[in-house]
Design a protein around this ligand. Structure first.
Ligand SMILES: Cc1cc2nc3c(=O)[nH]c(=O)nc-3n(C[C@H](O)[C@H](O)[C@H](O)COP(=O)(O)OP(=O)(O)OC[C@H]3O[C@@H](n4cnc5c(N)ncnc54)[C@H](O)[C@@H]3O)c2cc1C
Length: 606
C-alpha cells in the first residue's frame, strides 16, 4: 500500500506546469485515483477494506508532513514545487539549539535580546532617537521600543494570521495581507511516551496504527473529542537513551489541536487504552510519563508550519517574502520578511527558514554594496561615481549637473569662451553607453532614441555625430565603440567581462559562459535559476541544467544516429540554445540581481 500511496503522491507533483490542475486539492486527486483502482482489486471485500484502512493511515501521515488537517486543503497545482532535500534525515547533536548556538557564536556578545515579545512594528514613520531619525519603531509588549532602519520579521505565519490587524502600523498592503489570510498553516504535534520497559520487539523502529473502520474514500467528520486518537499516525521508537524507553507519536489537524486542550493525565489515559487495544494486552503497563508539544496553543506560534493551501500558489509565497515598502525608489527598505513560510520550495522546514534568513541578510548587505563599490573605485583613483539605471531612468538627472560642474571647474585650454559642452562617452563594449545617452535625452529633452542600443557588443561601430542631450547647458555627447584593455588580467576577469556581453558569446562559447555563470550563481547561493527554470533543486552540473532548460523550452533536435543494425533518430537537447537562453535570462535580470564582482568587494578591507 505504501508504494501505491507514494507513487500517487509523486504523480500529484506533476501538475506544476499544467495550465489547470484536474482538481483543486492533493486530497481529491489521491482519492479519485484510489477510487478508480479499487474496482480492479481482486481481493474479497474484507481485504479491500483493510487495504483502504492502511491507505487512510498514509493520508494521516501526509497530513503530518504537510502540517494540515486534511489533504483536501492542500493545493494540487503548486504541490510539485516543494523540494525534498536529498540525503538522509539527520539529528543535530545537542538538538536544533546546536545550529542556533553556531550562528550566535559568530555574533558579538550581548547583541541578542530574549523574552521580549513584539507588539507592533511601526513603519513608514519618522522616529527620532539620539539625533538620528529612523523609519521603523519596534514596540514591545512590555512597552520597550527599538528604533531601526530595517527590521527582519520572522514570526510564524500562524502568529501573523492572528495578529494581522495590530502587528503592523500602518497595516500590511492589502495584497500581502490577503496572502497571509489565504496561505495554509496547520498543526502537527509530537507526543512522547516514556516506558519502564519496552513492550515492542527488539529492532522495531516504527509502530503504524491502522483503524479497520476507516477509509480515505469516506468523508466522515466525527467530533475530534470522540475519535482524536484515530488521527495519531503511530509511534517511532526513539534510540534508547540511558534507561529511558521512549516512543514518539505524531498527530496532525483539528484532532491534534483538540489533544492540546486535554490534560497530561487525559492524554496518558487515552493512549494507554489505545496501546492496550492494539497490542491485545489489557495488562500492558501504562507509560511512566508523557511529554508533548502544543504548537497550536503556543501564543507566539499558533500552529506548526505552512503549506500551500487551495487558492494559493508559489507566487503568493514570493509575495509574502517581498520587503516593504514595495517601491524602494521612493523610500528605503524597512520591513523584510523571512521564516519558513517565505521560502518557495523549502517552506515548512528548518533549512527553508535558515535560507530565507540568509536571503534577507543578503538583501540588507546589498544595500551597502554601493558604498563598498565607491570605496573600491576610490582606492583605484576613480572619483565622482554615480549609480544609474538607464532602463528606469534612475539617478540620470544627477549626471549632467555633475559633468557640467566637473568641466567648469577644470581648465578648458583654448575653449574657455565656448559655452557648448561636448562630452565623449567611453566604456567597455555593451556597458550601456548608448542606453545612457538615450536615457539622458528622455530626461532632459523628452525625446526618445537617437542612438541604437544593442544587446550585444559592437553595435556602435564608429564615433557617431554629436547627439544633443540637454538645452541648458547646451550639451552634446559623442557615442563611441566600446574599448577593452589590450590585456585582460586573468581568465576569470575575461569570463566575467564576457558574461556582461563585452565580447560576442560565440567567441568564448555559450556553453562555457553558461558553465561559469552556473558556478558563480551557486557559489553566491543565488538560486533564482532553480525557480526560473522549475528545476528540482540547485545543481552544479551545467550539462544537467542545460538539458532541463532545453527540454523545458522545447529546444531539442532530431539527430540521426548510424548504428550497425540500421539508422535511428534520437531527440537531443540543443545545449547551445539552452545556454543562450540561460545567458539571456541572467542579463535581463530574470535570475535575480547578481554581482559578479562580489568576491572582489568581499576581499577588500572593510
Ligand atoms: C512537529 C514538527 C516536526 C518538524 N520536523 C521537521 C523536520 O524534520 N525537518 C525540518 O526541516 N523541519 C521540521 N519542522 C519545521 C521546522 O521546525 C520549522 O519550519 C522551522 O522551525 C521554522 O523556523 P522559523 O524561524 O520560520 O519559525 P520559528 O522556529 O517558529 O521561529 C519564530 C520565532 O518567532 C518568535 N516570535 C513569534 N512572535 C513573536 C513576537 N511577537 N515577538 C518576538 N518573537 C516572536 C517565536 O517565539 C519563535 O521563536 C517541524 C516542525 C514541527 C512542529
Amino acid at each position: 500500500m505504501g508504494s501505491l500511496f507514494y507513487s500517487l503522491l509523486d504523480q500529484s507533483r506533476e501538475f506544476l506546469h499544467v495550465a489547470e490542475a484536474p482538481v483543486p486539492s492533493v486530497g481529491e486527486y489521491l482519492k479519485n485515483e484510489i477510487h478508480q483502482r479499487v474496482a480492479g482489486w481482486p481481493e474479497a471485500e474484507e481485504a479491500k477494506k483493510l487495504k483502504l484502512a492502511i491507505l487512510n493511515n498514509f493520508f494521516n501521515v501526509e497530513c503530518c508532513v504537510s502540517g494540515t488537517h486534511s489533504m483536501d486543503l492542500v493545493a494540487l497545482g503548486p504541490f510539485g514545487e516543494y523540494t525534498v532535500l536529498p540525503g538522509l534525515d539527520c539529528t543535530v547533536p545537542g538538538g536544533y539549539q546546536g545550529v542556533t548556538n553556531c550562528l550566535v557564536a559568530s555574533l558579538p556578545q550581548d547583541v541578542m535580546v530574549f523574552n521580549k515579545p513584539v507588539k507592533t512594528i511601526h513603519w513608514n514613520g519618522s522616529f527620532p532617537e539620539a539625533g538620528e531619525t529612523f523609519p521603523v519603531l519596534v514596540e514591545c509588549e512590555d512597552g520597550g521600543c527599538f528604533p531601526a532602519h530595517h527590521v527582519v520579521v520572522t514570526v510564524p505565519l500562524g502568529f501573523l494570521k492572528e495578529r494581522l490587524d495590530t502587528f503592523f502600523e500602518p497595516p500590511l498592503p492589502l495584497e500581502k495581507a490577503e496572502v497571509v489570510r489565504k496561505m495554509g498553516f496547520g498543526t502537527n504535534n509530537k507526543i512522547y511516551l516514556e516506558f519502564e520497559e519496552p513492550f515492542w520487539e527488539p529492532g522495531c523502529q516504527h509502530i503504524q496504527l491502522v483503524w479497520e473502520d476507516t477509509s480515505p474514500l469516506e468523508d466522515v467528520a466525527p467530533a475530534p473529542q470522540d475519535t482524536w486518537v484515530k488521527k495519531l499516525v503511530g509511534f517511532w521508537v526513539l534510540p534508547a537513551f540511558g534507561s529511558a524507553h521512549v516512543l514518539c507519536g505524531f498527530i496532525a489537524g483539528l484532532e491534534s489541536e483538540f489533544m492540546e486542550t486535554l490534560s497530561d493525565e487525559e492524554v496518558l489515559l487515552s493512549l494507554t487504552r489505545l496501546l492496550r487495544r492494539v497490542t491485545g494486552d489489557p495488562q500492558l503497563p501504562a507509560p511512566k510519563s508523557v511529554l508533548r508539544t502544543r504548537w497550536h496553543s503556543a501564543p507566539y506560534t499558533r500552529g506548526s508550519y505552512s503549506y500551500v493551501a487551495v487558492g494559493t500558489t508559489g507566487g503568493d509565497i514570493d509575495l509574502l517574502a517581498e520587503p516593504l515598502p514595495a517601491d524602494t525608489e521612493k523610500a528605503q527598505l524597512q520591513v523584510l520578511f523571512a521564516g519558513e513560510a517565505t521560502h518557495r520550495t523549502f517552506y515548512s522546514t528548518t533549512h527553508g527558514a535558515l535560507l530565507s534568513g540568509w536571503r534577507e541578510a543578503d538583501r540588507l548587505i546589498a544595500l551597502r554594496d554601493p558604498q563598498k563599490i565607491i570605496q573600491h573605485l576610490e582606492g583605484q583613483g576613480l572619483q565622482n561615481v554615480i549609480f544609474t539605471n538607464c532602463v528606469k531612468d534612475k539617478n540620470i538627472k544627477q549626471v549632467i549637473p555633475a559633468v557640467t560642474e566637473l568641466v567648469r571647474s577644470s581648465y578648458r585650454y583654448h575653449r574657455g569662451e565656448n559655452v557648448e559642452l561636448c562630452i565623449m562617452v567611453i566604456g567597455v563594449p555593451n556597458v550601456g553607453k548608448s542606453s545612457l545617452i538615450n536615457s539622458l535625452r528622455r530626461q532632459h529633452l523628452r525625446k526618445g532614441k537617437a542612438t541604437r542600443v544593442g544587446g550585444e557588443p559592437g553595435v556602435t561601430r564608429a564615433v557617431m555625430s554629436r547627439i544633443q542631450v540637454c538645452e541648458r547647458p547646451l550639451m552634446f555627447l559623442l557615442d563611441t565603440p566600446g574599448v577593452l584593455a589590450p590585456r585582460i588580467e586573468s581568465v576569470e576577469t575575461g569570463l566575467k567581462l564576457a558574461l556582461c556581453g563585452t565580447v560576442r558569446d560565440h567567441l568564448v562559447g555559450e556553453e562555457t559562459l553558461a558553465d561559469y555563470l552556473l558556478y558563480t550563481l551557486n557559489r553566491h547561493q543565488l538560486f533564482g535559476y532553480v525557480q526560473h527554470y522549475g528545476l528540482g533543486g540547485a545543481c552544479d552540473d551545467v550539462g544537467s541544467v542545460l538539458k532541463h532548460v532545453a527540454v523545458r523550452l522545447g529546444k531539442t533536435q532530431k539527430v540521426k544516429v548510424l548504428t550497425g543494425t540500421g539508422n535511428v533518430n534520437v531527440i537531443q537537447p540543443n545545449y547551445t540554445a539552452a545556454a543562450h537562453d540561460f545567458l539571456r535570462a541572467f542579463r535581463s535580470g530574470l535570475l535575480g540581481p547578481v554581482m559578479l564582482d562580489r568576491d572582489v568587494l568581499q576581499s577588500a578591507p572593510p
